[in-house]
Design a protein around this ligand. Structure first.
Ligand SMILES: *Cc1c(COP(=O)(O)O)cnc(C)c1O
Length: 329
């Protein structure tokens, strides 16, 4: 049977973003769009910050997770889902599963921060710990998922995850009107690809830009090489963007619809966390500051433009937050 959901080439389209918006309506928060005269004065632009740090479970990932699980046929969904992640995707899957009344199994490294394991269990998920130095998590995942009939929901390379993430840009443009530039955070590319689909439909001509950590510039290299480039696990404080490669789906969309990919340093992320805390009274996690860091530090051309900026998450433990923002500039 033909899959009517995706486009002819298997990629999600704007229609999938629109359907995702219907599925998450009333469950995901319609997060606020914030402005700052100080930020506008610093950049000469009109900036619209989409505050996904205030999303449920603390990051935009809830959109894709809830959409992907909701889209499963009921009998499949009822058996449950599985994910391997120690970060925001795991918590998003755990919360979405609880809200949809299905079991979730999350495979996490045994040395993951205790607070993250506790948060994931707190949402009702079963956490299976593995030794990241000796065990292959994908093999372990298949071993557990197979007999139990669980559906694996990957963190970015999935049509319904991409479409779900795109709803954040759809809401932003619906709220503030057309944009000249939209700047998103880039890890595996779910957010950037989804936002690019929404922008192309709702704000034609908008330049969509992705921002990744300097140490993890696989996206930028892939963009220039015209093929997916894989790098070793990057060392960066942006722990939500430590993916080593884009997915085939996210890469195809990014290649076709994104104008530019730029990188920022960890020091620039810290500077941006300090700006959000000091000026806008916002807690943003390092990865959540990628897009804003590039804009506030003059790495993308925004002069005299209307610019959407994604603040993608706010999950940082307070000790780390205090240490990073308390450092001398
Ligand atoms: C996962 C994540 C990203 C990167 O998103 P991708 O869809 O993997 O590109 C950015 N910011 C935060 C806070 C995240 O959790």
């Amino acid at each position: 049977m033909q899959d009517e959901r995706a486009g002819a080439d298997g990629l999600p389209t704007y229609a999938d973003v629109a359907r995702a918006a219907e599925r998450i309506a009333g469950t995901a928060h319609r997060t606020p769009v914030l402005t700052s005269r100080t930020a506008d004065a610093m950049t000469g632009a009109k900036l619209f910050f989409k505050a996904e740090n205030l999303q449920r479970a603390g990051a935009f990932k809830f959109r894709g997770a809830y959409n992907a699980i909701s889209a499963l046929p009921e009998a499949v969904r009822a058996r449950g889902v599985l994910s391997f992640s120690s970060g925001n995707h795991a918590q998003a899957i755990a919360l979405a599963s609880r809200l949809l009344g299905i079991p979730a199994t999350i495979i996490m490294p045994a040395d993951a921060p205790a607070a993250k394991v506790a948060a994931t269990r707190g949402y009702g998920a079963e956490v299976v710990l593995y030794d990241r130095y000796s065990q292959d998590r994908e093999a372990l995942g298949r071993e557990i998922a197979g007999p139990r009939g669980l559906t694996v929901i990957p963190p970015f390379n999935h049509p319904d995850v991409i479409a779900g993430q795109g709803t954040l840009a759809q809401e932003l443009i619906e709220t503030v009107g057309p944009l000249d530039v939209l700047v998103a955070c880039l890890g595996g590319g779910g957010q950037l690809a989804g936002c690019a689909l929404a922008a192309a439909e709702l704000s034609p001509g908008c330049r969509v830009i992705g921002v990744e950590p300097e140490a993890g510039n696989d996206g930028q290299r892939s963009f220039h090489a015209g093929r997916v480039v894989t790098i070793p696990v990057p060392r960066t404080i942006a722990d939500g963007a430590q993916s080593t490669a884009l997915g085939d789906l996210t890469f195809a969309i990014i290649r076709a619809r994104v104008a530019e990919i730029v990188t920022v340093s960890d020091a620039q992320l810290v500077e941006t966390m300090r700006f959000f805390a000091g000026r806008m009274k916002l807690v943003a996690e390092p990865t959540g500051c990628l897009a804003a860091a590039a804009v506030l530090q003059g790495l993308v051309d925004v002069w005299d433009k209307r610019v959407g900026v994604v603040i993608s998450g706010g999950n940082v433990d307070l000790a780390t937050f205090a240490r990073l923002t308390g450092e001398a500039a």
